[in-house]
Design a protein around this ligand. Structure first.
Ligand code: PMP
Length: 464
């Protein structure tokens, strides 16, 4: 069939699916299994809804891939791209040149980030931002006369992207298996997953114990050999693991004690998801350097950034040498213009304030009121507009299923008009920040029906 970039009509949807099966290799997908049933063709989106080619309207409980913070169809973002395309669709920032979209965006990010994160390096994806940080912190220590400070410490069940650097730093065994040998010099400590791993300890105690594993690891490998500790304020792809409130301040204390740089991977938590601009503000710590992507442009354009604290930035700048790193599209003018407009809307419409004091608490309360007594629900955790729900076989003993109940439940969600995600035995939600109370009600009700149906499929008695 002749290829087209036009939105297909109904007759061409099967052709789209066939072409997909013939030519498209999907990320993070068992392509053989997908091709057996055919990919769902998404045709359009508006607000918090997407439509598929069968005419189904789904609530996008995942804001795409945790990114469409302003929801779909925002004309201002479309206009920003259109206008910038007409003036300057591309120019690089490598060879002594700059342009106003990138400088304005750098200034805006410096203004909204906490502390002294005053200099901004641009890339296109969260993974590239993370790889940038790996290179930048190692280079920083070399410039400081401590080239032996090369090690990075991260956590089990963390997700930091899919490039070799990101996958090595992340704690996802399946990814490690496929890209081995991994990047050397990365060590791992356990995650602060209270519900799944605390074994009777209080949240506060457990948070301190897991944070202190960082100190043990530093002493094991030699603190002087360590460049940085890296963590997501809330682990997103790991299943929305919300750390106890004691965790991050203790991590910060240990990093400061041993002069280890503290890196916050804000790719999911950034731009309002937790009710503040950044997750590190919600969890009360000040990173030395921070990655961001996704919500930076509400996913309308691929763009990511690294916000760099003065200590690191000044050292790089004062070295008088090139930082030999960058991407053709670093600071792309169209992506930057869209991100800038996205930040303006978040500010003007006071959307983050609403996540903190209105729609976020409403969402968290509705989830708990409706689902916490469900026989499949072991525990619900979350803050702002991000939440994770542990699926359990036995609530009393906190026994998890051996079978993949998450995928069952995810499919039941889809069948019932809700896009939710399964991360192992946890269901996660992260809707657009502009979701209304009525839409929250509908989303939670659809999830309840999906849980009922999943429960029936695994042998429980209630079914909707
Ligand atoms: N870090 C975190 C915390 C993420 O959640 C992700 C993506 N889900 C990444 C990095 C990688 O981002 P990208 O997929 O844009 O490369």
């Amino acid at each position: 069939m002749p290829y087209t970039t036009k939105i297909p009509n109904t007759e061409t949807h099967n052709a789209v699916r066939d072409t997909d099966a013939r030519h498209h290799l999907h990320p993070f997908t068992d392509t053989q299994a997908l091709n057996r049933k055919g990919a769902r063709v998404i045709t359009r989106a508006e607000g918090v809804h997407v439509w598929d080619s069968d005419g189904n309207q789904l609530i996008d409980g995942m804001a795409g891939l945790w990114c469409v913070n302003l929801g779909y169809g925002r004309q201002e973002l479309i206009n920003a791209a259109h206008e910038q395309m007409q003036v300057l669709p591309y120019y690089n920032t490598f060879f002594q040149s700059t342009h106003s979209p990138v400088t304005s965006l750098a200034q805006a990010i410096a203004d909204i980030t906490p502390g002294d994160l005053n200099r901004i390096f641009f890339a296109n994806s969260g993974s590239e931002a993370i790889d940038t940080i790996i290179r930048m912190v190692r280079h920083y220590w070399t410039l400081k006369g401590k080239p032996y400070r090369k090690l990075l410490i991260a956590r089990e069940n963390a997700y930091h992207g899919s490039t070799l650097g990101g996958a090595s730093l992340g704690g996802m065994p399946h990814m490690h298996g496929q890209c081995a040998p991994l990047l050397p010099g990365i060590h791992c400590i356990r995650q602060p997953y209270w519900y799944g791993e605390a074994d009777g300890l209080s949240e506060d105690e457990f948070g301190l114990i897991r944070a202190r594993e960082l100190e043990e690891k530093l002493l094991e490998v030699g603190p002087d050999n360590v460049a940085a500790f890296v963590g997501e304020p809330i682990q997103g792809a790991g299943g929305v693991i919300v750390p106890p409130r004691t965790y991050w301040p203790e991590i910060q204390r240990i990093c400061r004690k041993y002069d280890v740089l503290l890196v916050a991977d804000e790719v999911i938590c950034g731009f309002g998801r937790t009710g503040q601009w950044f997750g590190s503000q919600t969890f009360d710590f000040q990173p030395d350097i921070m990655s961001m992507a996704k919500g930076l442009s509400s996913g309308y354009m691929p763009i990511s950034a690294v916000a760099v604290g003065d200590r690191i930035a000044d050292t790089l700048i004062e070295s008088g040498d090139d930082f030999s790193h960058g991407f053709t599209y670093s600071g792309h003018p169209v992506a930057a213009a869209v991100a800038l407009e996205n930040i303006r809307i978040l500010q003007d419409e006071r959307i983050i304030e609403s996540v903190a004091s209105d729609i976020g608490p409403y969402f968290q309360a509705r989830l708990r009121d409706t689902l916490s007594e469900h026989p499949l629900c072991g525990h619900i955790e979350g803050t702002g507009l991000i939440a994770g729900l542990a699926l359990v076989k036995d609530r009393k003993t906190r026994t998890f299923f051996d079978e993949d109940v998450g995928t069952l439940c995810r499919d039941e969600c889809t069948n019932n008009g809700l896009i939710a995600r399964a991360c192992g035995n946890r269901m996660v939600l992260s809707p657009p920040l502009v979701i209304s109370r009525t839409e929250v009600d509908e989303m939670v009700d659809r999830l309840r029906v999906a849980l009922d149906r999943t429960y029936a499929r695994v042998g429980g008695i209630s079914a909707a």
